[in-house]
Design a protein around this ligand. Structure first.
Ligand code: ATP
Length: 200
């Protein structure tokens, strides 16, 4: 039996950092952001974007989605964001369903790294879900250092996401990431050991 671990958490909580640690241990990681990027380049999706959101979002010269323009548009218009999510999310879920069927009988640990895991109900294809949790103060500080954006915008993004309490309560495994990278690595090594010993 495989151990399919969902990995989720709020913005800047450390999901990518945790994924990198898993990858460095030779564990396969399937990153929803990369999957969504590929989906945006399929002809069917480009057609749907043209039809439902407007042809201005397709760069005619390169025949690719103008991601910057699209991001700006949907970030300021929740109705359009819902339309885009309605195009992209079912396809992302479908890919994870296929991955689940591919891996479920293999003896392997795999990671489904999905920021909106609970929002799209992907926990149904995971054996356990890891939530990366972080204190608000540390979260704002790390995002500020990484993205160079102002605190007001960071707060807006955090407020638009599922609340920390709601997310944490759904976790099978909660990783607190307020400490150092070394501490984070040790926590992940312990999770792997616990899985190998059948404790998880
Ligand atoms: P997003 O939701 O925006 O994709 P994320 O959850 O993937 O973010 P990361 O990009 O992994 O978060 O982490 C956010 C920032 O915090 C990064 O700059 C990362 O290097 C840093 N970081 C993560 N964990 C730690 C840690 N334990 N100690 C110091 N810095 C950290």
């Amino acid at each position: 039996m495989a151990m399919i671990l969902g990995l989720t958490g709020g913005i800047g909580s450390g999901k990518s950092t945790v994924s990198k640690i898993f990858l460095s241990m030779g564990i396969k990681v399937f990153d929803a952001d990369l999957i969504a990027k590929d989906i945006l380049e399929t002809e069917q999706v480009k057609e749907e974007i043209k039809e439902k959101l407007g042809k201005e979002f397709i760069n005619l010269k390169s025949n690719s989605v103008d991601k910057e323009l699209l991001k700006k548009e949907v970030f300021n218009n929740s109705k359009k964001l819902n339309i885009l999510n309605g195009i992209v999310h079912p396809r992302v879920v479908d890919i994870y369903k296929k991955k689940y069927l591919e891996f479920k009988d293999k003896k392997e640990i795999v990671i489904f790294d999905v920021p909106l895991l609970f929002e799209v109900n992907l926990e149904r294809y995971c054996d356990k879900v890891i939530v990366v949790d972080i204190d608000l103060k540390v979260q704002i500080e790390r995002i500020k250092n990484r993205d160079n954006i102002d605190v007001a915008l960071i707060n807006k993004i955090i407020a638009a996401q599922m609340s920390r309490e709601e997310r944490n309560i759904k976790a099978d495994i909660l990783i607190e990431n307020n400490g150092s990278l070394e501490e984070l690595k040790q926590k992940i090594e312990k999770i792997i050991k616990d899985i190998e010993r059948g404790k998880i």
